[in-house]
Design a protein around this ligand. Sequence first.
Ligand SMILES: NC(=O)c1ccc[n+]([C@@H]2O[C@H](COP(=O)([O-])OP(=O)(O)OC[C@H]3O[C@@H](n4cnc5c(N)ncnc54)[C@H](OP(=O)(O)O)[C@@H]3O)[C@@H](O)[C@H]2O)c1
Length: 312
Amino acid sequence: MRAITVRDRDAGVGGLTLTDMPYPHAAENDVIVRVHAAGFTPGELDWPGTWSDRAGRDRTPSIPGHELSGVVVELGYGTTGLTVGQRVFGLTDWTRNGSLAEFTAVEARNLAPLAADVDHTVAAALPISGLTAWQGLFDHAHLTTGQTVLIHGAAGGVGSIAVQLAREAGARVIGTGRADDRDIALGLGAQTFLDLDADDLRHVGEVDVVFDVIGGDILERSTELVRPGGTLVTIAMPPPVQPKDGRAIFFVVEPDRVRLTDLARRLRAGRLKPIVGAVRPLPETASAFARHRRTPGKTIIQVADEQGGQHS
Ligand SMILES: NC(=O)c1ccc[n+]([C@@H]2O[C@H](COP(=O)([O-])OP(=O)(O)OC[C@H]3O[C@@H](n4cnc5c(N)ncnc54)[C@H](OP(=O)(O)O)[C@@H]3O)[C@@H](O)[C@H]2O)c1
C-alpha cells in the first residue's frame, strides 16, 4: 500500500517520503481502516512516539498522521463495537503507524461511527483538535459559564474549535493570533481579538483560564494573566513557571469515543465547524507539512475518494 514514511529524525519535513509499505496487521481489538482522509499535527515529527514504540525501541520507518476518517475493512481477533463497511473517524495511537496511508490498524475504541452525511475531509479535521480543545477547556481547566478564557492561536486547528466550544458553554472568549486571523476568530465567536505581533498581552487583564497552543515566551507571559484560583492549560510544552495563585497544566490528548460522538453531533447540528484550510493528495504531504505560512485551520490529506478509489 502507499504510505508516507519517515526514517531520519534529523531530516525533518524533508524526510517525509511516499513509500510502498506492507498492509497492516490487525491485532486484538483492532480494526483495519481504509483511510479516506487523514490529518496531521504541525510538530508531530518532534513527538517521541513518531520514532519509538512503547518500549522505547526504534520503530522507523514510521507512518505519521494521527487523525483519520474512513471505512472499516477488517476486524482484529475479538474486536466488537464496529463492523466491516462502517464509516468511522478518530485517533490512531501515537506509537504505532498512523493515518497517512491507504490502510491503518487502529484500536476500535479510539474510533467513533460517522454518519453518512459528514464528509470524510471534514471528519478528519475533528479528532485531535476537537478532543484536545474539549479536554483542555473542560476536563483540565473546568471552564464554566460566565468565566473569561484567553485562547491563543484562535484561528488554528485546536484554537478554532476551542473558541466555538468555550463560547457555546457561555464563557467570554478572548482570541489571539496573527493580524490575518482576526476575522476568523471573531467570526467563530471570540468577543475580543489580540494580534500577538502588535498588541500588548497585559491589556487583557485577569482571566479565569488561559488555553495556550504556542508555548515559549507567549506561554510564560500568559502565566501572569491567570487570576487567583484560575488555570493555565497548555498543549505546547510543560510550563516553565506556575501562575502565582493558580494552576498550570500540560497534557497530551486522549482518545474518547463518547466525546467524539458528541463532537460529531454538534458538527451535524451546525454548532461546530472545523476549519479545513486546504485538502491535498497523499503524494503532496511533504509540501503540506512544510508550508511556511499555512492556510488557517487544518490541512487535510485526501487519500481516497468517497467510493474508495485512490486519490492522487
Ligand atoms: N498536547 C497535545 O495533546 C496536542 C494536541 C494537538 C496539538 N498539539 C500541539 O499544539 C500546537 C498547535 O496545534 P494546532 O493543530 O492548533 O496548530 P495550528 O493549526 O498551526 O494552530 C496554531 C495557531 O497559532 C498561531 N501561532 C503560532 N505561533 C504564533 C505566534 N508566535 N504569534 C501569533 N500566532 C501564532 C498559528 O499561526 P501561524 O500558522 O501563522 O503560525 C496558528 O494559527 C502544535 O504545536 C501541536 O503540535 C498538542
